[in-house]
Design a protein around this ligand. Structure first.
Ligand SMILES: *Cc1c(COP(=O)(O)O)cnc(C)c1O
Length: 388
């Protein structure tokens, strides 16, 4: 069966008792046992819940894994993966990782004696050189944020295998519609289900997917022991969102491609970062690695400064000024003052995140309306800046 059919049917059989086409939401925290110590499959909702099982089965199916875990947030999913590490171990992560992942690695994991190195995962030789004898985990994202850097997942998987290191991929931005890292050799796929999987800005959730049962058992042990599982209501909403995942991601990617082309042609736009553009340094890898589109995130710069970009993001009407991404509503933000404000200014500069950078998460509105919105905001921002 094709992706969109599986997204609707796998993990979504009609309710056995009532025939309901949509499965009930099991809010119960505990489950009656027919005899002491003899549960019938579920005993307590931290350890397992039928509504959670349903979404886990669907997510595992779409990522082509053997099993998945649904967690309370993307960060709890990443944390659960990092629970595989012990004191003395080392993690090698890409430089373009999510800010919250950076914080988890540097300000929480370090407390348990886990060392961290960041290296540019698009420069394979340099990246490999950062592996140490005690490296146990590699963690990458593709496309990376906010410059949409593209990492060759299959090539990094080869390196990981050669050194006997687990490879985890945060697949939030691509979604399984565009990229399936387990098929490229990754060991663990992580999602912020808050973004494309649920897709409507009304869920906080995360997921881990693996293709190896023994690794799943180790992850399950950590999740059951620490408890950050996805709530039944969030599981239900994520299941519902996934039914339209392919349609949303493909259409949002198409719109983003058109907006990228519009911005490239715009005389007041100096730079556009989108893997779908031939000028993007990761375009060739993205063409191989991403199927059906190049994602619905892009960033761009005018010639100007911090104030001009600030004015721009404050001037759009349809693009709402907010962090996060992946939903039907288009969002706009300025990394220097919002998503990446916690970085030191020198670190931002070293990463190529300029003060004038603007990031878009493109939703499901009509491309013409989004284009008009950007056109007007660019005019306002540049007009004002000329006067001042
Ligand atoms: C949002 C996000 C996360 C964190 O997920 P939460 O659900 O906010 O905890 C991790 N990685 C990426 C790429 C994200 O966009």
């Amino acid at each position: 069966m094709k992706f969109r059919t599986r997204a609707i049917h796998v993990g979504n059989a009609p309710d056995k008792e009532t025939g309901a086409v949509v499965q009930p939401i099991h809010m119960a925290s505990t489950f009656v046992m027919p005899a002491a110590g003899e549960p019938t499959g579920y005993d307590y909702s931290r350890s397992g819940n039928p509504t959670r099982t349903a979404v886990e089965v669907t997510i595992a199916e779409l990522e082509e894994g053997c099993a998945a875990l649904a967690l309370a947030s993307g960060m709890s999913a990443t944390h659960a993966a990092m629970l595989l590490l012990e004191s003395g171990d080392h993690v090698l992560a890409g430089t373009d990782i999510y800010g919250g992942t950076y914080r988890l690695l540097h300000n929480i994991l370090n407390r348990s004696g886990v060392a961290v190195t960041l290296a540019d995962s698009t420069e394979l030789a340099k990246f490999e050189a950062a592996i140490r004898p005690e490296t146990k985990m590699i963690w990458i994202e593709s496309p990376g944020n906010p410059l949409m850097s593209v990492t060759d997942i299959a090539a990094v998987a080869e390196i990981a295998k050669k050194h006997g290191v687990l490879l985890g991929v945060d697949n939030t931005l691509a979604s399984p519609v565009l990229t399936r890292p387990l098929t490229l050799g990754a060991d663990i796929v992580m999602h912020s289900a808050t973004k494309y999987l649920s897709g409507h800005s009304d869920v906080l959730g995360g997921a881990l997917v693996v293709k190896d049962q023994e690794l799943f058992d180790r992850l399950y042990f950590g999740v059951n022991a620490t408890g950050a599982v996805m709530s039944p209501m969030s599981c239900f909403l994520t299941t519902r969102g996934i039914k339209t995942l392919e349609l949303r991601v493909l259409e949002q990617s198409r719109t983003t491609m058109k907006l990228a082309e519009f911005l490239v042609e715009h005389p007041l736009v100096a730079k556009v970062n989108y893997p779908g553009l031939a000028i993007h340094p990761g375009h060739e890898i993205a063409k191989r690695q991403m199927t059906g589109g190049f994602g619905a995130m892009l960033s761009f710069e005018l010639d100007g400064n911090f104030e001009q970009a600030k004015k721009l993001v404050e001037s759009t009407k349809l693009f709402q000024l907010a962090v996060s991404l992946g939903a039907v509503e288009s969002l706009i933000e300025q990394p220097a003052s919002m998503s990446h404000a916690s970085y030191a200014a020198e670190d931002r500069a070293a990463h190529g995140i300029s003060d004038g950078l603007v990031r878009l998460s493109v939703g499901l509105e009509h491309v013409d309306d989004l284009k008009n919105d950007l056109e007007k905001a660019i005019a306002i921002a540049t007009g004002e800046s000329k006067v001042s």
